[in-house]
Design a protein around this ligand. Sequence first.
Ligand code: ADP
Ligand code: UDP
Length: 238
Amino acid sequence: MIALELLYQGKAKSAYVTEDHDLLVLRFRDDTSAFDGEIIEKLSEKGAINNQFNALIMNKLAENGIPTHFVERLSATDMLVKRLDMIPVECVVRNKAAGSIVRRLGIEKGMAFDQPLFELFFKNDNLHDPMVSEHHVEAFGWATRHEISRMYELTLEANTILRDMFDQAGLDLVDFKLEFGRFYGEIVLGDEFSPDNCRLWDKVTGESKDKDRFRQNLGGVLEAYRDVAGRLGIVFDN
Ligand code: ADP
Ligand code: UDP
């Protein structure tokens, strides 16, 4: 399947229509953004790393019964996906406190939650992705109550699967963000899971192995992404 016309260009990926109306090509670019697009930089090979990382994660989730948009990887940077009617909310799950929840609630970074904490954010860069409740999501018609419950259930299931997988690789899965959409009436996981949208801390050293290295200007961003991928057994195509 080949990418025909550009459908839309996000901050890190471009989506192309194909000859099949139900399928899109997602191209992972090297662009890296932080703070709702205020900072954008190109990190050479990041697109290829995230595409291949995401393919492994989507396969792992699908094997464990999570419906995903992933069809197949087409090249180093491209994947074929089901074209979803995206729900404009970010589903975040947190096992430990970091990032916005620390700033918002004044809690200590690294504090472990007794049970995974689920949060919803309205996907809107101009408004800086504000936190919303499931009542806002329902009231604004972004998703039905049933769809919200399904996103909650699938996000928590993904957390259980991935937390265990990263734990075995010596990494603490601190938090992550997922996006869902509809495909013929079913709620399906879309977008990506990569070190761009999760927090992973080395279990021994506590070092960040994710996009916080970029956000905090710590350097070694792609070295960290490659380290994580290597621990999961990913061998990259060029
Ligand atoms: P952003 O939207 O944050 O700038 P990206 O650069 O990652 O991020 O853009 C990818 C866009 O593609 C996002 O808007 C995402 O919601 C959308 N998307 C991801 N997967 C699918 C899919 N399977 N079908 C339709 N749209 C998708
Ligand atoms: N996240 C994301 N995209 C966003 C906002 C957050 O992928 O637009 C991810 C982020 O990488 C982290 C988790 O969601 O793994 C929680 O992010 P947080 O709310 O702490 O916001 P941040 O401070 O990272 O902007």
